[in-house]
Ligand binder design. Structure first.
Ligand SMILES: [Zn+2]
Length: 465
């Protein structure tokens, strides 16, 4: 591994031996003029927000297997070509094709009421005329374990309060299997949402070989809590569930790729990315059209400013993050021979709100350099390097040894809208989104341009999230 000192002038290196602060000064100083020009250009207008609005207005949501996703990919590739990006292409992968069909959940007892529901992605459907059963409401997997004898033949509702996404999403992922093991005929969850105006939130669920495949859906937070209160009062809660969900044969899709080819080491690559697919509700603006547009705009901006780095910056709009990661896995396989030359992969998949920092997974020596680069981001806020970073789509190449980074943003509101009809562009602020563009452009540009290649460490044990 080479040290950052190798690109300090010799005299300065001699003077500052043992004073790492001066090394930091030097890398930051070297790139400050470029960074400042990137920030000024990015913050000058609302180009990124406008482009995201056009993408989401034109194509709406973009679930894997849908025409909308493929039409959006065609449009992105056409626009990238029009922007003058290099080597624009769609890289084919096959993706799962799940369709929701018609669906509803009706409270039958203690009073009739249409519930706010969304089937979970990957769920099987109910029989055509639906299924009607008494509901067992539990707050946790532990409570279901204690009350397993009561679950047979019922619909189990997990009314688990939102703690944080990572903890609470376990009920969405594993609720159906746990309920089926206890003999339930269907599973419902309280939507995994940090705030609710009675909109249900979908997302992926899983089956395994240990239990029958039962239908699974999310209720709005409000409706789940109401059913829980009814059950606590000793009322008999009965729900009719109708779901037309089914899984069709895999369908062709593409990762959308465009480049700014490096001027000295074009074979060395920095990836900037987001995923273009979304759930089939809302418009996939913050999850994750914004991540794609910010990555793409970062490269367009560099090109417009004439900032062509030593190494190649490659924009990837991943396909099929939400229900398969086939885009990320396909890229790893298709680019296997090239991965040793992947210097860094960055993903934005947390909504393009106010940038806070870049999370990084990689070697300590790389981290030290990235900390220096991050000081250039002070004017847009994202001036620190967090302990872990990555993204679902870059997970496969990170596990193959590529250092990974995630753009971290103010996440206060993200899980209010995530995977719900409310994921639309109006929730995003043009200025904050422009700050994300600036942060992405500076980080990618400096890593792609600095004389020494970002050092690799040992492959991280657990990459992605
Ligand atoms: Zn996402």
């Amino acid at each position: 591994m080479r040290s950052s000192r190798t690109f300090l002038p010799l005299v300065a290196a001699a003077l500052c031996a043992g004073a790492p602060g001066l090394a930091a000064q030097s890398l930051a100083d070297r790139y400050r003029p470029a960074a400042d020009s990137i920030i000024a250009a990015a913050l000058k207008d609302s180009a990124a927000w406008n482009r995201l609005a056009e993408l989401t207005d034109r194509f709406g949501n973009r679930l894997s297997g849908s025409d909308a996703l493929e039409h959006a990919i065609d449009w992105v590739l056409g626009e990238m070509r029009r922007d003058g990006l290099d080597n624009v292409r769609g890289e084919p992968v096959m993706v799962p094709h799940w369709v929701r069909g018609e669906e509803l959940a009706d409270l039958v007892s203690p009073r009739p009421m249409r519930l706010a529901m969304l089937g979970l992605g990957g769920s099987v459907g109910t029989p055509e005329r639906g299924l009607t059963a008494e509901v067992l409401v539990v707050s946790s997997f532990d409570e279901l374990t204690r009350r397993a004898a009561e679950a047979r033949g019922k619909i189990v509702l997990f009314d688990a309060p939102y703690v944080n996404y990572g903890q609470t999403v376990r009920y969405r992922g594993a609720g159906a299997v746990a309920a089926a093991r206890a003999g339930a005929v269907a599973a419902l969850i309280r939507s995994v949402a940090a705030y609710s105006i009675r909109s249900p939130h979908t997302g992926a669920m899983n089956y395994d070989s240990t239990a029958p495949r039962i239908p699974a859906a999310a209720l709005s937070v409000e409706d789940a809590m109401m059913l829980h209160r009814m059950a606590d009062r000793g009322e008999r809660v009965v729900v009719k569930l109708v779901m037309g969900a089914r899984t069709l044969p895999d369908s062709p899709s593409r990762n959308s790729v465009g480049e700014l080819v490096g001027r000295e080491k074009p074979e060395e690559v920095v990836v900037v990315s987001g995923h273009l697919d979304s759930w089939d509700v809302g418009q996939g603006a913050m999850d994750d059209g914004g991540g794609v547009v910010v990555s793409w705009e970062a490269v367009r901006l560099l090109k417009r400013l004439g900032l062509v780095p030593r190494r190649t910056i490659r924009v990837v709009g991943w396909t099929n993050e939400e229900n398969g990661t086939r885009g990320g896995n396909g890229y790893r396989d298709q680019h296997a021979a090239e991965l040793a030359n992947h210097v860094l992969a960055i993903e934005s998949d947390g909504g393009v709100f106010r940038p806070v920092e870049f999370g990084f997974t990689g070697s300590d020596s790389a981290r030290a350099l990235l900390r220096q680069i991050a000081t250039l981001l002070r004017p847009v806020g994202a001036d620190s390097i967090g302990p872990n970073g990555g993204g679902t789509d870059i997970g496969p190449i990170m596990r193959s040894g590529v250092p990974g980074m995630g753009l971290e943003v103010d996440g206060t509101k993200y899980f209010w809208f995530h995977h719900s009809p409310g994921d639309t562009v109006d929730k995003l602020d043009p200025h904050e989104m422009a700050q994300c563009v600036a942060a992405m452009a500076i980080m990618a540009y400096v890593v792609a341009d600095m004389p020494d290649r970002l050092p690799r460490g040992p492959a991280p044990a657990a990459a992605g999230r």
